[in-house]
Design a protein around this ligand. Structure first.
Ligand code: 3HC
Ligand code: NAI
Length: 700
């Protein structure tokens, strides 16, 4: 039939089988294959048709690699129309994940069955899109308007049993023999004289929709959508499903789908999808690099990070020991872990039983000799190179050969830490983000001597515990924290130049950041940076810290002390501008001889985000990150950068590197050279009219 779609008659049922690894996406060949098979079934001896897939999943959606390219015939609507109007009854048989266009294909069939482990969903919103092949019109007809909106705007897949309750699946099959069970189900339908149930013929149930329903829904969404337009368009489509006949609704859906497909937001989110998968690949690491077996883990230091890291392993079913300096340290560490789990249980997101089984996997000790059998150790003690080296030298003495020795350091030189052991090839960085049990990012830091299999194992175990791993090389702050310095510095300098904390945060939040930089400082605690500056023992540039230092000295440490740059409502924790701080800023600016002026929103945004792009360019040139996309993933998963902008490097490409370069030169000329030196790579690409993406292709 075709290389990716086969068709055969089995026991009188026409079986269309898609076999297009890895995820049976709806490429041109798959669309054409299904269309030909359905057409064939119209004229053969089949009594009914079953559509199913080989491999790990039912169709997982449109082929995203085809997006943005000229469309190829047949289009998906044509294929779905052939399925829906088939004169033979068509059953979709689902395993794995029927997602996006894949689920829409199933919705165009007359009946849907699924094995119990299957899931269905419309995740297009995660790509800045909406379901463009009838999902917004058919789901409300089957599941109701509210359930459809929730499903499509969240993008979350629904397990088979729940989908069945919602009316999206007609039959949950009893076993795992997909083909056999699906053929049986199709036969039962034929024998019972079941009708060709076309979802298009179902009336949308309008009874649950009160006046103003859609406006209210839009308002609720706006808070969580953070400027993403797809959510709003999804509501428009579902509204159309309620108000228009299905063909008009489908037209509206297609129109808005095309609008989104051509939007910079969707381009950014599609970039993020592929960048995340690409980041998992280490360019010079052979595919068959062996992986070390990780059965037992130890964490050294049960503080803020250690406890959270331990939870990540326990959540993945891996036993983990926390090593602390004293019994009180152990108690405190385990106590924090227990408290964190209890909060989740209280919120109803975990059962007591689950909490118990996870806590059973976490133990504490003060004795390094207990680490004889562990396969991986992650050091998370104080950020002090001397203490870290002492810990590594102790680990070297007790850990078995082949045990991976990782450090969670944020800034320290891992090559230097590795000199404390006789097996530097086993040393690697595993830099988690706070709170470690929540944040998805893990920077895996490859030191000078890290062995290939150690690196491959760190990436693999990171994925296993649910992290998105990005490899970095050793430098001060690795990828993320190194870049952040310029961002934080400019936030502070903008205040001295005349912007208020509220203006800086509002500009960053309007840009899409989860929280502006000044408010983040208050959240993290201003004393942390203060102590770090003191520990350095050098005199920092006052323009980068004079206000923060003054606030700490006034006991305004941030949220935890009720006031920092802002005042905080003791009950709601809502932030409020504080005239006292605004006066302080003016006074400090005067002290430094800075003449304050009005600062535009555009200047705030450029001064905050262009340093990220510039530092990112240096990081690429130095080989600290493998690709611009890796840097984007670090910022999307570690720093609350808005996914609809694709990450700082993609944002730079979208703005245009020439424009970024010119603006940095302008800041250099007006604000001084100290912090505004254009990176050579940025300058080169700007002159050549190229993007970081072009550069990445040349390097691949
Ligand atoms: N198109 C093209 N390639 C896809 C793809 C798609 N829809 N979905 C996954 N892939 C590729 C990945 O890029 C990856 O390639 P690589 O091996 O070269 O890196 C490979 O398939 C395997 O993907 P994962 O690593 O993500 O595999 P997992 O097993 O972890 O996850 C999955 C599988 C849950 C299907 C996940 O890949 C996924 O969520 N895919 C996207 C699903 C989606 O968004 N579908 C909607 C598409 S838009 C649409 O359908 C529009 C329609 O409404 C008209
Ligand atoms: P913390 O101060 O909360 O915890 C450190 C813990 O280590 C303390 O409980 C201490 O008792 C214990 N400890 C000290 N010396 C020890 C030793 N020799 N043996 C066993 N335990 C020992 O510190 P935090 O914030 O958890 O940071 C730990 C590491 O993680 C640091 O390197 C830090 O840079 C890094 N990190 C911190 C992040 C954060 O946001 N807090 C984020 C990412 C990394």
């Amino acid at each position: 039939m075709s290389s990716v779609v086969s068709y055969e008659l089995i026991d009188g049922i026409g079986v269309i089988k898609v076999n297009s690894p890895p995820v049976n996406a709806l490429s041109q060949a798959v669309r054409e294959g299904i269309l030909n098979a359905v057409n064939k079934a119209q004229d053969d001896d089949s009594e009914a048709v079953v559509l199913l897939c080989e491999g790990r999943t039912f169709i997982a959606g449109a082929d995203i690699t085809e997006f943005g390219k000229p469309p190829k015939e047949p289009g998906l609507p044509e294929v779905l129309s052939a399925l829906e109007s088939s004169k033979k009854l068509v059953v979709a048989a689902i395993h794995g994940t029927a997602l996006g266009g894949g689920f829409e294909t199933a919705l165009a069939c007359h009946y849907r069955c699924a094995i119990p482990s299957a899931k269905v969903g419309l995740p297009e919103v995660n790509l800045g899109l909406l379901p463009g092949a009838g999902g917004t019109q058919r789901v409300p007809r089957l599941a109701g308007v509210k359930a459809a909106l929730d499903m499509i705007t969240s993008g979350k897949p629904v397990p088979a049993a729940q989908a069945s309750e919602m009316g999206l699946i007609d039959e949950v099959l009893s076993g795992d023999d997909l083909q056999g069970e699906a053929i049986r189900y199709a036969r039962d339908l034929v024998e019972s004289g079941a009708l060709l149930k076309r979802v298009r013929d179902i009336e949308v149930d309008k009874s649950t929709i009160e006046p103003g329903f859609f406006d209210k829904y839009r308002k609720q969404l706006a808070k969580r959508a953070r400027g993403q337009i797809a959510q709003d368009r999804i509501v428009s489509c579902v509204e159309a499903a309620v108000e228009l006949p299905i063909d008009k609704g489908l037209e509206r859906e297609r129109e808005l789908f095309v609008e989104l497909m051509n939007s910079p937001q969707s381009a950014a989110m599609r970039h993020a999808f592929f960048a995340e998968r690409e980041a998992a690949k280490i360019k010079d690491l052979p595919k068959d690099t062996p992986i070390r077996d990780i059965k037992r883990v130890a964490i050294i230091g049960g503080g803020t990070m250690g406890g959270g890291i331990a939870m990540c392993f326990a959540n993945a079913g891996i036993p983990v020991q926390i090593v602390e300096i004293s019994d009180e340290g152990v108690e405190r560490g385990l106590g924090i872990v227990k408290k964190n789990y209890s909060i989740t249980v209280k919120k109803g997101k975990m059962s007591e039983e689950h909490m118990k089984s996870r806590l059973d996997l976490i133990s504490g000790t003060t004795n390094y000799d207990d680490l004889k059998d562990v396969d991986l150790v992650i050091e998370a003690v104080f950020e002090d190179p001397k203490i870290k080296k002492e810990v590594f030298s102790k680990l070297d003495a007790v850990c078995k050969p082949g045990c991976i020795l990782a450090t969670n350091t944020s800034y320290q030189d891992i090559d230097e830490i590795a000199t404390a052991v006789k097996r530097p090839e086993d040393v690697v960085g595993m830099h988690f983000f706070s709170p470690a049990n929540v944040m998805k990012l893990l920077e895996v830091v490859r030191a000078e001597k890290t062995a290939d299999d150690v690196l491959a194992t760190a990436m693999k175990i990171g994925k296993k515990i649910g992290k998105v791993c990005v490899m970095a090389r050793v430098c001060y702050g690795f990828i993320g924290n190194r870049m952040l310095q310029g961002y934080g510095r400019q936030a502070h300098m903008l205040l001295l130049d005349g912007a208020t904390p509220t203006q800086v945060d509002a500009a960053a939040e309007e840009f899409g950041m989860a929280m502006g930089p000044i408010a983040v400082g208050d959240l993290a605690g201003l004393d942390i940076g203060y102590k770090a500056r003191q520990a350095l023992g050098t005199t920092p540039d006052p323009r980068t810290c004079i206000i923060a230092d003054a606030l700490v000295e006034m006991d305004r440490l941030g949220q935890k002390s009720g006031a920092g740059y802002y005042k905080y409502d003791p009950e709601t924790r809502a932030r409020q501008a504080d005239p006292e701080v605004e006066a302080l800023i003016k006074e400090k600016a005067k002290e430094l001889g800075i003449e304050q002026r009005e600062i535009s929103k555009e200047e705030i945004v450029d001064r905050l985000f262009f340093p990220l792009i510039n530092e990112g360019a240096l990081i690429l040139e130095e080989g600290v990150a493998q690709r611009p996309g890796d840097i984007d993933i670090v910022y999307l998963y570690g720093y609350g950068f808005p996914v609809a902008r694709g990450g700082p490097m993609f944002y730079g490409d979208q703005v245009g590197l020439k424009k970024v370069y010119d603006r940095i030169c302008e800041f250099r000329d007006t604000l001084g050279e100290d912090y505004w030196k254009p990176a050579p790579l940025l300058e080169k690409l700007a002159r050549e009219g190229k993007t970081f993406a072009d550069w990445a292709k040349e390097q691949a």
